[in-house]
Design a protein. Structure first.
Length: 160
């Protein structure tokens, strides 16, 4: 059953006037959903929930779907974007994947390293996933680690 959305509007000074209504999910997830207006131009704030970028003292955590593999991001993301190549579409079952790049020394597996499987397609970056649940974790190569933003536990503090 789809979650019900509250009908009350939320207005914010950081939200452009072209967005007229934002609803909050009532199933306790707290997600805000733009329900009318020009949402494509609004990306919201660029900070994490604590207002700071990831650091060794305040890492951003993430995990696969089953939780067997966990990781930490301890450096700010360099960039974020959508990939809509056919390879990502087939791996994810969606029209695109959402990823953010971090320096290799800003990413570490903290649980389940032995459960990480990889696949390196011809001409592509090495893709890492959990061997138990198949959850996408990251891609590596080209001097960065591409973290799958859907695997993070909190807001990454960056938008594509």
């Amino acid at each position: 059953m789809a979650p019900e959305f509250l009908s009350s509007s939320i207005r914010s000074q950081s939200m452009p006037s072209s967005i007229s209504t934002i609803s909050v999910c009532s199933d306790a997830c707290g997600a805000r959903v733009v329900t009318s207006g020009s949402w494509l131009n609004w990306i919201g704030p660029r900070t994490t929930l604590n207002g700071l970028p990831p650091s060794p003292a305040e890492p951003l955590t993430g995990a696969c779907a089953c939780g067997a593999v966990a990781f930490e991001v301890t450096a700010p993301f360099l960039t974020a974007g959508y990939c809509h190549c056919k390879r990502c579409q087939r791996r994810s079952g969606t029209p695109w994947t959402l990823n953010a790049q971090v320096p290799p020394d800003g990413f570490a597996i903290v649980r389940g390293q032995e459960l990480v499987e990889t696949w390196t397609p011809p001409g592509g970056r090495t893709k890492a996933f959990c061997e138990v649940c198949g959850g996408h974790l990251y891609a590596e190569g080209g001097g960065t680690v591409g973290v799958r933003l859907g695997a993070l536990d909190d807001d990454p503090g960056i938008r594509p």
